[in-house]
Design a protein. Structure first.
Length: 258
């Protein structure tokens, strides 16, 4: 069960240079959820995906390190979203017009594995949230938000009192919900600042939104790590990991709220 949960909650990253195959794969009873994607080049070729041209030719052309394609996210959604696995050859023709001919490019994809069936529960601030599964089933937490989102909550309408519609979320909500509930048949927790801290300005009413699934523990076997894509240290784009991580987090938050 712990192995299954670790695979579901993990954020995956995969990459492929032009002319290589990119392969995404998720565990049994989960599907691919694309978080963000980048195709182009923003670091020199000696740091990632070396040029395939002969050195003498490569020196004659100036490499573009400010090159990106705006259609990469939509293409990844079209090819892989909601599938158990997907694989395709990476090249510029796949993404439309080439923004930097003569420059070798690469694709980086960030994704998660989403359970095929899941439930959502909301508790308003200071109310108790109760999660439960049927006999022989246990809880697997997929995501948790405590705070206030731009879209708000139908279950917990906000009384603005002149406060602007701003977004604020606890950074530890997911970890706390996993600690309290995953692997159990039932659990309860108060949607309070005592439990989660206060990520918002005073006077802003918050709510707790949890997405989870129930499953039968004998079926939740650890997944073979060798069958899942991974980005080893030699693949990590030097100098852009922080920027990409920030972009991934922003897009993931936007996708979840939407």
């Amino acid at each position: 069960f712990a192995g299954y949960i670790s695979q579901v909650l993990k954020n995956y990253t995969d990459h492929a240079c032009d002319g290589e195959y990119v392969s995404l794969r998720c565990p049994h009873r989960t599907t691919i959820s694309i978080q963000s994607s980048f195709y182009g080049r923003i670091v020199p070729s000696h740091q990632m995906c070396p040029s395939r041209y002969p050195h003498s030719y490569a020196t004659l052309i100036k490499e573009d390190v400010a090159c990106s394609v705006g259609t990469s996210l939509q293409k990844m959604l079209d090819e892989c979203q909601d599938r158990r696995s997907c694989q395709f050859l990476v090249n510029s023709r796949l993404f439309g017009a080439d923004p930097c001919p003569g420059t070798g490019k690469y694709l980086i994809v960030w994704y998660k594995c989403r359970p095929n069936e899941y439930k959502s529960k909301v508790a308003c601030e200071d109310d108790k949230l109760r999660l439960s599964c049927k006999k022989s089933m246990v809880i697997a937490i997929y995501s948790a938000i405590f705070g206030r989102t731009q879209g708000g909550s139908l279950e917990c309408p906000y009384q603005t009192l002149g406060m602007p519609m701003i977004e604020c979320q606890s950074a530890t909500a997911l970890q706390l919900m996993i600690k309290r509930c995953h692997g159990k048949r039932s659990c309860s927790i108060y949607a309070s600042t005592y439990e989660f801290g206060d990520p918002c300005y005073p006077g802003i009413r918050k709510h707790l939104n949890v997405i989870y699934t129930c499953d039968n523990t004998p079926l939740l076997l650890p997944v073979d790590e060798t069958q899942l894509p991974a980005l080893n240290s030699s693949m990590e784009p030097v100098g852009v990991s922080t920027e990409m991580a920030l972009l991934s987090n922003i897009l993931a938050a936007y996708a979840f709220i939407t």
